[in-house]
Design a binder for this molecule. Structure first.
Ligand SMILES: Nc1ncnc2c1ncn2[C@@H]1O[C@H](COP(=O)(O)OP(=O)(O)OP(=O)(O)O)[C@@H](O)[C@H]1O
Ligand SMILES: [K+]
Ligand SMILES: [Mg+2]
Length: 676
């Protein structure tokens, strides 16, 4: 997006937010926020005293009352503005998503022939054909063919991605466009329940629910408000009994200064902005609760291949073992890979070409292909002549060979350990009862991983790398990347076991995944981040989806969650400390108003009692918009343990919260006192 458009967009968001600040004055909506609702009621009471002064006997103080009314009204408007502004970006994004949700003509298979129907008529289970240039009419899974798809409508990323039948890259999203080839798609969602529909509801905040943390804090703020309300209300008769004259607008001002309006006004903006930060990061969080859970994570489960390493494991060397030679090894390696469409399989064929080795592909004709499975850790082919060819994890192949009465060449272990101790993955190649040698699959740790794990450790988060690879490779990569623990030779179900074990210890666990076999673990984890490129099952089980399909993003998502919790904590501390300080400005002023001899209490040397009260009230109002940028951006975040963070924040925001109002009120009083 160019900067001009960005500017006009933010301009539009601001003007929208200003309008919304007034719409949100509706008391029915306001009641959801008890702190601000009390301020609104106070504003209305003061307004009545201005409109019918004769009834209240307030003719003498109309000027002061008008000032109080205006400041109170702005207090409420500022709080509304904070929330409206936080909602703005999501609403703008929802609008542009809605535009991409135009009615599409679908080519539906009806008893063997293609029929044109509007996309809105598609139901779960329908089969459609989508050709080059056409929009995919609904969410689904590719059941036939391969196509490149432009998903920029949802990901903002213009590079097309390959979608193909079978495997982990078969899910397609309605509203994206096929840019080449043709695919047959089985629709997986009914109208109104599609990914884009859910995404619109999410960014628009239509179904935004308060998170447990927010509810707890809200209860605290409401109780504080109630306590101060009781205090102020009982103050009136006591003052009367003591024959001290306290006007209602003064009491209302006192009340508003004492109740936690700053955090009350910013609370929902902080939550929305936190969600929004995740969205801008191209991660869709299904709920605010998920983002907050990310901030509380203790344990992170990470895949090795593709998360910690680049994951484009490439065959880079053939190492024959026993009496076998490189030509024979290459031949069998290639035959086992002819139909292996995994990157590993394809890279074996590439390596053959690079090394100028040839093989008789005719041998494979009519054979039955054995697909790679994480459970077996092998792939290969059963030839028509009865010979069975396999390649796979050394351990698995060894077992397979021995189960057929074969023996293991003496140099196999040493040679495979040599590959593994360099962080590579050794694949053994065997035919029936004979092992021919090893394929060296190379993979590299992504740059910067060590630093990121170091940060996680500082946050007190334990990292566990789970990999299907052998223990030696796993240990090497774990050491190189700096993860705390690793689990080697893990099967998909082992992940869920690790999660359960950690959860039983009272830990909150995050993990990433993309395959159908990751789905149960994604659902079990407290934070499950699914890849957009992954299967529908994974995306439905997870509570977050990364549109860029970068599993290492989980690290940043945790940081954003932490920042959200910290921002809320910091501003709550600041707000409550603030109110304490205002107490010292307003209480002496009130009593001096009634008993002029109490002027000695005026330690802040404020102009006059009325200007002191008004200044405190003005400060109380303008601190809200002043803190909006901080609420939206989040407080600066340095990775450290929760206890350290708490101490640091108490110090900065607690102390700051006490000092700032003294300075602020004094400055405002210098101006206000000119009029009063
Ligand atoms: N195409 C393939 N054919 C045969 N064996 C393979 C193939 N791909 C991987 N393997 C073997 O199976 C093992 C398990 O693979 P899997 O993809 O389940 O886990 P991984 O990629 O090693 O680990 P991670 O969980 O970090 O992704 C690999 O370590 C490798 O030894
Ligand atoms: K206040
Ligand atoms: Mg893998």
């Amino acid at each position: 997006m160019d900067t001009n458009r960005k500017k006009s967009l933010s301009g539009a968001i601001v003007s929208h937010a200003i309008k919304d600040s007034f719409v949100k004055l509706n008391p029915m909506a306001m009641m959801k926020n008890p702190v601000m609702f009390v301020v609104e009621v106070g504003t209305l009471v003061v307004l009545l005293m201005i409109l019918i002064p004769g009834y209240f006997g307030t003719e003498g103080s109309i000027g002061f009352n008008v000032a109080v009314f205006v400041v109170l009204l702005f207090t409420v408007l500022f709080a509304n503005f904070a929330e409206a502004l936080a909602e703005g970006r999501g609403k703008a994004q929802a609008d542009s998503l809605k535009q991409s949700k135009k009615e599409i003509v679908a080519h539906k298979m009806v008893s063997g022939v293609l029929k044109q129907v509007p996309s809105t008529e598609l139901r779960k289970g329908d089969i459609v054909v989508v050709s080059q240039g056409e929009m995919i009419p609904g969410d689904g899974e590719v059941i036939e063919g391969l196509a490149s798809v432009d998903e920029s409508a949802i990901t903002g990323e213009s590079a097309p991605v390959i979608k193909e039948a079978g495997g982990d890259f078969n899910s397609v999203t309605g509203g994206t466009r096929v840019v080449s080839d043709k695919i047959k798609v089985k629709i997986t969602s009914d109208p109104g329940e599609s990914f884009i529909d859910r995404m619109i509801a999410l960014v628009e905040g239509a179904k935004r629910q308060k998170t447990p943390n927010e509810i707890a804090l809200n209860t605290l703020l409401t109780s504080l408000t109630l306590i101060f309300l009781i205090v102020v209300v009982t103050l009136a008769p006591i003052a009367k009994y003591l024959e001290i004259q306290l006007d209602i607008p003064v009491l209302i001002s006192l009340l508003v200064c004492l109740i936690p309006t700053t955090i009350g006004g910013l609370l929902s903006a902080i939550g929305i902005a936190g969600m929004d930060r995740v969205t801008q990061f191209n991660v869709l969080a299904m709920s605010g609760k998920a983002v907050e859970a990310a901030g509380d994570i203790n344990t992170m489960i990470l895949d090795k291949t593709g998360t910690i390493t680049f994951g484009n494991r490439m065959a880079s060397e053939f190492t024959p073992v026993g009496s076998a030679n490189i030509a024979a090894l290459g031949e069998w390696a290639a035959l086992s890979s002819i139909k292996d469409e995994t990157p590993e399989g394809r890279s074996v064929i590439e390596l053959m070409k690079k090394q100028g080795l040839s093989y008789k592909s005719a041998l494979a004709e009519g054979g039955s292909f054995i697909e790679f499975k994480a459970e077996t850790r092998m792939s290969g082919i059963d030839l028509v002549d009865g010979r069975k060819v396999r390649k796979g994890a050394v351990d698995s192949v060894k077992q397979w060979v021995m189960s057929q009465g074969g023996s293991i060449p003496a140099d196999l272990d040493a040679k495979s350990d040599a590959i593994a101790s360099q962080g590579g993955t050794p694949l053994a190649v065997a035919v029936d009862d004979q092992v021919y040698g090893l394929i060296y699959l190379k993979d590299t740790v992504k740059p910067g991983m060590k630093e990121r794990f170091e940060q996680l450790r500082k946050m007190g988060i334990k990292t566990i790398m789970c990999t299907g690879d052998n223990p030696l490779t796993a240990a090497t990569i774990a050491r190189e990347a700096g993860v705390d623990e690793f689990i080697a030779e893990s099967k998909p179900e082992d992940k869920i076991a690790v999660i359960r074990k950690e959860q039983a210890l009272g830990k909150l666990v995050a993990m990433t995944g993309d395959g159908t076999n990751d789905a149960p673990a994604l659902a079990q984890a407290d934070v499950g981040l699914a890849m957009n490129s992954g299967t529908t099952a994974a995306k439905e089980a997870a509570n977050m989806v990364d549109l860029d399909s970068d599993p290492s993003k989980i690290i940043e998502v945790v940081a954003i969650g932490k920042q959200l919790l910290m921002t809320r904590g910091a501003l709550t501390t600041f707000s409550i400390a603030n109110d304490v300080a205002k107490y010292f400005a307003i209480i002496p002023a009130m009593f001096t108003l009634a008993i002029p001899q109490m002027e000695a209490l005026n330690i802040m040397r404020l102009g006059s009692p009325l200007s002191a009260i008004l200044s405190a009230l003005v400060f109380n109002a303008i601190i809200i918009p002043l803190l909006i940028p901080l609420a939206m951006r989040g407080v600066a975040y340095k990775p450290m343990s929760s206890t350290k963070l708490l101490q640091r924040n108490l110090f900065i925001y607690g102390l700051g919260g006490i000092v700032v109002p003294f300075v602020g009120i004094k400055l405002i009083d210098l101006i206000v006192h000119v009029w009063i």
